[in-house]
Design a protein around this ligand. Sequence first.
Ligand code: GLU
Length: 551
Amino acid sequence: MTDTKRLADLLFPDIKETPQELMDSCYPVRDLPQGALVTRFAPSPTGFLHIGGVFASMAAERAAHISGGICILRIEDTDKKREMDDGVSIIVNGLSDFGIRFDEGVKADGSESGGYGPYIQSKRRYPYHVFCKDLVEKGLAYPCFCTAERLSEIREEQEKAGVTPGYWGEYTSACRERSIDEIEALIAAGTPYVVRLRSPGKPGGRVKFRDVIRGEIEMEENFVDVVLLKSDGIPTYHFAHIVDDTLMRVTTVTRGEEWIASAPIHLQLFWLCGLKAPKYAHVPSIMKEDNGGKRKLSKRKDPEAAVSYFVEEGYPADAVMEYLLTIANSNFEDWRKQNKTASYTAFPFALNKMSPSGALFDLIKLQSVSGTVISLMTAEQVLESVLEWSERYDRELFELLNADKAKALQIFSIDRGGSKPRKDIAKWNEVRAYISYFYDELRQAEGEALEIAAEDQKAILTKYLTVYTPTESKDEWFSDIKAMCEEVGFCPDVKAYKADPAGYKGHVGDVSSVIRVAVTGRKNTPDLCAIMNVLGKDKVTERINEYLERI
Ligand code: GLU
């Protein structure tokens, strides 16, 4: 028996299978159409879902599904320090709120679906050990008994010498060259150890790869003997990535650009394991404009870094996805213009059309996208969404809407559905202010002020009360207003007024403004005739009388 075979059996006595046998028996090649991508989103269960995570998972999910492939949700919990109790459900529910659909992987309750699991890394000890044993047997990995103190000594020496930090070069000799008998004795004595890669790389060596988003990337190759298995037998991110993405038959790894720096380690590991590396698509970070420059959206400084922000503000999930697509693929907006009512899922999303520089996140643009998305919803959809949102975030609004859904539907139907729907609402927390004048409970008595003499306003409203008859027809409603104009000194026709401004106090538009402000308190509202019909004759009369008393 060779020494490396003996070492492999010593470190992994229970492992009998080779990686190939494991792959053939449990992780067969997937039966998918030509060109179909298998992607994954692989968060750590830290309990915080960053909008950048939604962006990256959207890219993974869209790329897979548009190609007829599979998207996996894998939980990377090898770093127990970063883990939170309900970390998994926060992520899974957070993503599903945004309509991000996984075909395989972990569900909110921690259960799993799919044939390529387990999908939680802490449950995958066996496959990691199978792959690690194989590397040890091939002489490409070895146990390292260096203590934490020894490692920090090495770090200090390297700092002083100004060389790349890490376990490489002369520092590795003690453990790299240890004899099998010595190792056996150390293990028998219970000495803790990690398993390290025996990197064949050299400082200055180069590695090249093609990133789907960034094109060709050339970097220094890895020459550090990185840790593969920690002393508790749990893999590092680097090793878990190789094993998991191989076994799960992932074709394209979409992950944050902060991982580019580690790509040389990963490519070397795939090569040494005799495996074909997947394609990499390093997704740009979400950036924010700050003081004329750009910086990463920060969990600490920017509330909008947390996905919960969008839920609490009441942005519809579709609107956020739609907006993320506009920053992901610059041709999305043109596509949207051609396909106004199609679901965003029909957009031919492409990873290679993503811009490699940071994706600039702009709340004003999101607001505008969201306003359009809401303007295209039916009144029923708006009501349903507002009820769902307000039940959690604005109880008073919820109670009012829920108590009279028919009235709420009438309100949300105003000016909806035409070829140019209004875009007054961009998020559900704007609904309260938007509809406040329909409810005495929400209305502020003081309305906006008009620059029309109080005497004239009084004359207009007093007259209007005598002619006002509720009508479904906007034309009839407007004719009534026109008909009374001359009597109160206003011109019934705007053009005629402009030709002779000195002959009148104002025009029909001013007359309806007075009525609008008296009834709603606002200078700008949707269709006033429809508003008055929702309020009903008694309420309109009451508001006008109240206003007459006030001015
Ligand atoms: N678990 C890693 C993270 O949360 C994921 C990296 C990857 O997708 O490979 O950053």
